[in-house]
Design a protein. Sequence first.
Length: 155
Amino acid sequence: MKTNIRLRPIEPQDIPLMFAHQSDPESIRMAVVYPRDRPAFDAHWQMIMQDPGITARAIIANDVMVGQVSCFKMDGVDSVGYWIAREHWGKGYATRGLALLLEEVNTRPLHARVARQNTGSIRVLERNGFTLTRYQISPANGRFPVCEEAMMQLN
């Protein structure tokens, strides 16, 4: 069976499922993030859904929400990010979801920051034309521990 992958805007009813996706311990470890509790997660996504400068989309595969992808400002630069539920890893959903977002968002350059050990995410970005610009040690903040990151860019 061929998988039909599409994007749609994030809807309020998506938030509980997205919270479950982003609460998975293995996903948190791979992404090298501090998890948000439910009130912080809800507040974060409420802000995203109200910000016209952020493009946030649900990734839908055969009518099932498998993750999300977005374009936003981070540290003053246009950036992309995505999260796929662990049970859907390795199926090409992040790669195709990001490709669809890149068709919608014409802003260039776009940037992405990925934990160096997250090789799957680095491959997703490379398959979508991002190139490595450098590695850097990023300091801890409220969302991320100290981490060596691959800094990537799409021109």
